[in-house]
Design a protein around this ligand. Structure first.
Ligand code: UT7
Length: 326
């Protein structure tokens, strides 16, 4: 059976670096607290002129170049973002136009930090049915625009960036073995940005209201994140008749080093097989997994034939995993 295969990746990180020491000047925090509780040292902040689609276009151009394809080859564009350019049209429409990908249908995916894996799952189905041959999945976020810069519990955690992957069919053993996605809306109040919608009305952010910003129950989210991600990772392994010893590289959502270490411990994956770059970028939400995947490839951490496990977790709550034979 035809498998969906990632044939090229790309990423883009805005130039501006904000360190923990910069944050010490904004809120009552310390580099020591942020490092020990999260593992984050610095994050990138997008320029005022940049929107999420601008970051996504740059990551997508790199992914197309790596795949040796042209924008006109794309048939579908899926953009995962929690920070869209605007309410509508979709950020994907701007990415499509910016790339010059006139042959592609384009749509956004709203699954917050799990958005890239949701996108991968949709791409996988379209490839398997033969409906589309070449699909672009992008995760792009400007989290800095929806942070309350007076709330030390959230503003130290997130950063901006974009990652992208090109998916095509594969006739051999390589490709996505399976993707598993979940949502439980009963946890919606754990992690949300309630403003700018039909529930609470529009335009409040411009008036200095904090309702558009991220609100999070950190401790509660931490616990369910560890449980849900390790459970879905196990499900991905078991459904393919594989075990954690078979994993060559584990690429988890880059939210918190302690969350990542707890999942790796539960799964029995040794630290040398766990990819982490959150010290440089913080939590970039939907962009986190594709940026990490792109970096892991560029650092030659993934070889042909390797088994790669990606897993993520985010607002919704949503969570998911994908097992990929490289
Ligand atoms: O993509 C998924 C997104 N969500 C997440 O990844 C969130 C998951 N949760 C977490 O990562 C952690 O719960 C946090 C990093 C958010 C918080 O870490 P924690 O170890 O759970 O700390 P805490 O919330 O229990 O707070 C401990 C103390 C509190 O002070 P008191 O009440 O003990 O006096 C906080 O007020 O640390 C204080 N605190 C801070 N101190 C310095 C909270 N944030 C900060 C801060 N700097 N930035």
């Amino acid at each position: 059976m035809l498998r969906a295969k990632i044939i090229g990746t790309g990423s883009y990180l805005p130039k501006k670096v904000m360190t923990n020491h910069d944050l010490e000047k904004l809120v009552d925090t310390s580099d020591e607290w942020i490092m020990t509780r999260t593992g984050i040292r610095e994050r990138r902040i997008a320029d005022k002129k940049e929107a999420s689609s601008d970051l996504g276009i740059k990551a997508a151009r790199e992914a197309l170049a790596n795949a040796g394809l042209k924008a006109s080859d794309l048939e579908l564009i899926l953009v995962a973002t929690a920070t869209p350019d605007m309410i509508f049209p979709s950020t994907a429409a701007y990415v499509q136009h910016g790339l010059g990908a006139g042959n592609a249908a384009a749509m956004d995916i709203s699954a917050v930090c799990t958005g890239f894996i949701f996108g991968l799952s949709i791409a996988e189905q379209y490839i398997k049915t033969g409906r589309y041959k070449t699909i672009l999945v992008v995760g792009t976020e400007i989290m800095s625009r929806i942070l309350d810069w007076t709330d030390r519990k959230t503003c130290v955690l997130f950063g901006d960036g974009a990652g992208a992957a090109i998916i095509q069919g594969s006739e051999d053993e390589s490709g996505i073995l399976s993707t598993h996605i979940y949502t439980d809306g009963s946890y919606a109040d754990f992690l949300l940005a309630p403003g700018s919608g039909t529930r609470h009305g529009y335009g409040s952010a411009a008036q200095g209201d904090k309702s558009n910003c991220i609100h999070m129950k950190g401790n509660e989210t931490f616990k369910v994140a560890v449980n849900f991600m390790s459970k879905v990772a196990r499900e991905a392994l078991e459904s393919n008749g594989l075990a954690s010893e078979d994993i060559d590289l584990f690429i988890p959502h880059q939210a918190n080093q302690r969350i990542i270490e707890a999942i790796a411990k539960k799964l029995g994956v040794p630290s040398e097989k766990v990819f982490m770059n959150l010290h440089k970028y913080g939590n970039t939400s939907a962009a986190s997994v594709p940026i990490a995947l792109d970096e892991a490839l560029r650092e030659n951490r993934i070889k042909r034939g390797d088994l790669v496990l990606i897993v993520a977790f985010g607002g919704g709550l949503t969570w998911g995993a994908s097992l990929i034979r490289w």
